[in-house]
Design a protein around this ligand. Sequence first.
Ligand SMILES: *Cc1c(COP(=O)(O)O)cnc(C)c1O
Length: 361
Amino acid sequence: MSRGYNFSAGPSMLPEPVLRRAQEELLEWGGERASVLEVSHRGKAFVALNDKLEADLRRLLGVPSNYAVLFLQGGATQHFAQIPMNLAGPDDSADYLVTGHWSTKAVAEAKTLVKTHVVATGEAGKFTSVPERAQWQLTPGAAYLHVTPNETIQGVEFEEVPDVGDVPVVADMSSNILSRPVDVSRYGIIYAGAQKNMGAAGLTLLVIRDDLLAHKPRPLPNILTYAAHAKEKSLLNTPPAFAFYLTALVLEWIDAQGGLAEMARRNRAKTDMLYAAIDGSNGYYRNPVDPRYRSRMNVPFTLHDAALDEAFLSESKAAGLLTLKGHKAVGGMRASIYNAMPLEGVRALVDFMGDFARRHG
Ligand SMILES: *Cc1c(COP(=O)(O)O)cnc(C)c1O
């Protein structure tokens, strides 16, 4: 048996050196004579890990000092609900830009908590593009504007949010966090589940500006209050310790590779290669996304004849190219090529696609 190239959308491929190190350290972590799974989160070693995790994340992502960095649970989905709880009262308005599957889910979860307004939606175009800023109908006085800079299922991504004045921008970056440099100061909140580009499921990163943290728009239990988690430096209750540990290793790996600028360069190289193969296939393969908004992380594509899908999936799997089946909302295939996917993996996929097209005509 040998590891394949895993194109899963999430949980997804992790850097092999990270898995090897976790394997080596599983029985005895540091000088603890026990596994990281078995030590107290109040002990010196784990507190030091937590401090380093935060410091490394701040440095890599360039988080300004007036932001808190929280490591929470619940996945992005829980924060679809927890963000309106913390940022808005029941009578407040909150704006949502709808660009695909996940932003649609985000509005649905917020509906019972706040007056949601969709500022624009790409639904009429089947979410193959992002509505232009001129079409956005912002609500005056909205508590925040929620955006999803990378739609994992539709494969639509936009780089920076256009100017929207003073309204805090809340961004679900679950599937493109740490894939390129980001100007954090343009956001009120950036949040992301760890299992796509940052580590293991069970950990959710939330970067929040101090003034939003101080805001108390409704009574909330402590456990749901971001300020309470900030006060306890993410250790309000027992954290998912192994997920903290794995993300710390992933951050060290990114750092050693050259940081986010290098991640961005590699992700551009990988996607340039894959989109060129799709566009150069004379319609054998097709990606429907507006080229200005094609994702650098998730590349959906269809075959010219859906009857070939089964053969494509079984042959690619046999070639060690795993989990290429597309989401049912879009059909066809999807190659997720997060930071941990090496260029060689994409080259192997592109070679396979060319070979498959020749053999199946
Ligand atoms: C995967 C994903 C989610 C859902 O994450 P969970 O951790 O399962 O809650 C939300 N938003 C985006 C953009 C995603 O890619």
